[in-house]
Ligand binder design. Sequence first.
Ligand code: FRU
Length: 506
Amino acid sequence: MSRREQDRTLEAAWAYEGRYGRLIDASDRPLFHLSPYVGWMNDPNGFSRYDGRYHLFYQYNPYSTQWNAMHWGHAVSDDLLRWEHLPCALAPDRPYDHLGCFSGSAIELHDGRHLLMYTGVQGAGRTEQGVPVMRQVQCVAVGDGIAYEKYEGNPVISGDALPAGLQRSHFRDPKVWRGEDGSYRCVVGAVDADKDGLVLLFSSKDALSWSYEGVLARNGGRFGTMWECPDLFELDGRMVLLASPQDMLVEERERLGGGALCCIGRIDGKSGAFDEEGLWAIDGGIDFYAPQTLLTPDGRRVMVAWMQNWDTTRQDLPDKRWFGQMTLPRELRVRAGRLCQWPVRELEDLRHGRVTYQDVTLEGDLVLEGIEGRCVDLTLSVRPQGSGMYRTFSLNVAEGRGCVTMLSLNPREGLLKLDRTRSGSRHMVMHVSECSVPMTGSSCDLRVILDRHSIEVFANRGAQTMTMVVPTDLAATGISFHADGELVMDVEKYILDADADGVDVR
Ligand code: FRU
């Protein structure tokens, strides 16, 4: 490919975005969750702070609402909620990435430039049986927060750096950070000859010339094959490793209780390996994958994930020119050895129209005046009436037009269930998920965030979360409550109202 042809691939993406992105009306998008400018979105990439703003790139195919020919889409924000789309940042246009610019991360270099580190996918002929072979290598591009130039020395980490026995075809998703000594580190996902997932550690003085440091963590055949999109950071005195297991068996997914995992532990002083104290699902809903984190200037560790799941990607919203959205950015803490999540505090600036009810006795069905809507921040505190114990509590949202999405709590079993079976989906995919919630005397605190086509539930101050896409027609704005047995609840509700004009400022 000549230089001119290479540039044309990116220019073609810009031209396509310019032509079709603007046809998408802001009212057709989530209000405060990032969706692709046009076409398809998967993993968050390059989630970073640069030049005074938050940058969120994403796996992107502008040309269709299906996965193909990965580019990097790009958006910026001052508050992590109202995103402005910038032109596509990377296109698959070099011999080392012509099959796709896969997931990666970003960091500000010592000299003030913004570095994107990503996986380049290239073809490497065919097997004797004619099956195409691919290679995955780690590459960088450097830019000013808008335009990025791929480094002429790419790839910066090739399969030659891998220890014997590791596969060159599954070596991807670098997450880069700067250590306290000023040098750069990155973790990258890999698999061995038995397809077992490994997280590898690399180091570099300049982010261009990298050395292999060793195996940080191993799946050990527990969950799926490769652990995609690893992220590693220190939080509240512990080390936290996030990963998304590929190809989990159904029973493995059930055992984990979600589609992405977090390990909490320490780094062994001698071996440098991750010493795991515990491993849990990050989110007990259906649509949560490939999370990535950043550190805000005021020291908060904030995580964002793809609000989807590879098995349900046919669940597209009708008549849309876009597919895929990110979760709400969530502040992370480690409490009692577990990862806890809470909506970023910036969300509070979007709240208005407070409606509250205190000590409402609930038995059977109830609708409360002023409690409705599809862009809502709802806090519920549920407790038994006297010494009695209710059997279930349910919250129905996106209710109307024959549809409903139901969140129910069974205090005896300590189970939260999220069910979108009757949400208007036309796809026979997973629609129900359950999550254990430790109960204190059958009382439970729930915060529920709705944004047009999604529900995110934060239980017990964020100790458990459940996330799901809700495909229901936006005319279904009903919210109602139900109790089997008798209980008492407090309700606080705000309307969430972003300035939707912020979406399209190209
Ligand atoms: C995870 C993933 C990554 C890869 C990207 C490709 O969802 O499979 O491992 O880099 O998506 O789009």
